[in-house]
Design a protein around this ligand. Structure first.
Ligand code: SDX
Length: 431
């Protein structure tokens, strides 16, 4: 924070209060209201946190008007084009791009933590076979503290580091096992000779009955999808992880809370909801009907994969995914994918519609990702688990940043109370 001498003046009931203003390295100034209640006896009111900075951070910056996303200052399109997921993990976790040796060491550490405790296999068997893989992930990740008690003391930097590595390393294994369980196939162990994305594809699609060769096209596309979903500032699930962690809860429980929040269709569940919507539309001639529904205030329907709290321009991740969808389908020899055709026509129609223009609704990260994931062979039920897998590094990095901040204190918002004022109990015979 810089420029601490700027102030804002607030007048309440005729009395004025000077509130410090802090200027960030990028983005809007912030007004420090930490002492407002003590000084003026009033709360601020901001359900949904549309104008509230919940923390200071150095990890990710989004310029929603310009459609810019930076991880430790590096633009997402450059990282998606030139880097790879584990290198981006290192960048998010430690703040700088690694040297060749640092990267080799980091990748080896991740690789050597990809197996899960063998007894965790029994957790999966407690679920019905038709359980949503997201339900399995929430349960299994939440249970990890029972299997890794030696990395749950958040006051110990070394245990925080071990927990971070374990979660990044084991999330693909858990997600793949959740998938295998729901399709009745045996679990496939991770392989140390495969890179991170290839290993995930192998754990999802290999079967013991035959050798599995990873398709390099799919592996590259998978790695790019992981990179594009790695972190995104203080989104709902990251804020959930931060709030859960502020009580000192163990890291595995906090990440499970993040997975639970991501599950919602307004957040990470939108990739699954978007593909289901595109399939329901079915053909371009039905697009006007759905756009009319999205604009109808009396209809709760929204265009899944459209709109964003922060981006009021195209989500830069959507741009990369749009190009990647073309490339992957073409390389896989999937001609004339009807879902992709509907997506393109829908995007064109929506971006030409005054409603969407006025409300600045553009495609977000979830609009094209499902088309690629489906082409890769994943069922829609695996779309959000893949988002959770990729976002684990973001949750973990933001968690480490918060826990490591000496100013860190338990998050405890107040409220605008609209309920009954005090009244006395009435015995049932007198009611
Ligand atoms: C993710 O925060 C993050 O960074 C999230 C994420 C990440 O990487 O972590 O980017 C990932 O969650 C992407 C978003 C995925 N969700 C969807 O695609 C679901 C559809 N989108 C909407 O539900 C909505 O756009 C949100 C939830 C994404 C954003 O909602 P906001 O910021 O609360 O905006 P809003 O609901 O107040 O909408 C503003 C206006 C409203 O109209 P008015 O009440 O002003 O008349 O725009 C309308 C909304 O009705 N609107 C839409 C719309 N999204 C907003 N109308 C039709 N279709 C939509 N998709």
């Amino acid at each position: 924070m810089t420029d601490e001498h700027k102030t804002a003046t607030l007048t309440v009931d005729g009395k004025s209060y000077e509130l410090p203003i802090f200027s960030p390295t990028a983005g809007p100034d912030v007004i420090d209201i930490r002492k407002l209640y003590a000084q003026a006896g009033v709360f601020t009111y901001d359900p949904g946190f549309t104008s509230t900075a919940s923390c200071d951070s150095t990890i990710t910056y989004i310029d929603g008007d310009a459609g810019i996303l930076l991880h430790r200052g590096y633009p997402i399109d450059q990282l998606a084009g030139k880097s790879h997921y584990l290198e981006v993990c290192y960048l998010l976790m430690y703040g700088e791009l690694p040297s060749a040796t640092e990267l080799e060491d980091f990748e080896a550490r991740i690789t050597n933590h990809t197996m899960i405790h063998e007894q965790m296999n029994y957790l999966f068997r407690g679920f019905r076979r038709d359980a949503a893989p997201m339900a399995v992930m929430v349960g299994v990740v939440g249970a990890m503290s029972a299997f890794y008690p030696d990395s749950t003391d958040v006051s110990d930097p070394w245990q925080r580091e071990v927990a971070s590595i374990r979660m990044i390393a084991k999330m693909p294994t858990i997600a793949a096992m959740a998938y295998k369980y729901t399709i009745g196939q045996p679990f496939v162990y991770p392989r140390n000779d495969l890179d991170y994305a290839s290993n995930f594809l192998s754990m999802c699609f290999a079967v013991p009955a035959e050798d599995y060769q990873v398709n390099p096209i799919l592996s590259r596309a998978m790695d790019r999808i992981f990179t594009l979903h790695a972190d995104h500032e203080q989104n709902a699930s990251t804020s959930t992880v931060r709030l859960a962690s502020s009580s000192g809860a163990n890291p595995f429980a906090c990440i499970a809370a993040g997975i639970a929040c991501l599950w919602g269709p307004a957040h990470g569940g939108a990739n699954q909801a978007c593909l289901e919507m595109l399939k329901e539309i079915g053909t371009p001639d039905r697009i006007p009907e759905f756009i009319a529904r999205a604009k109808d205030k009396n209809d709760p329907f929204r265009l899944m994969g459209f709109g964003h709290r922060v981006y009021k321009n195209t989500d830069p991740r959507a741009k990369v995914l749009k190009e990647s969808a073309d490339e992957v389908l073409d390389l896989l020899g999937i001609e004339d994918n009807p879902t992709l055709q509907v997506a393109r026509e829908l995007e064109k129609a929506a971006l030409a519609d005054p409603y969407f223009i006025e409300k600045k609704l553009f495609p977000n990260v979830d609009f094209y990702s499902g088309i690629i994931l489906e082409a890769m062979g994943f069922p829609t039920s695996m779309f959000t688990p893949i988002f959770a897998l990729a976002r684990t590094v973001g949750w973990v990095s933001q968690w480490k940043e918060m826990i490591g901040d000496p100013q860190n204190k338990i998050g405890r918002p107040r409220q605008l109370y609209q309920g009954d004022t005090q009244r006395d109990y009435v015995d049932v015979e007198d009611r």
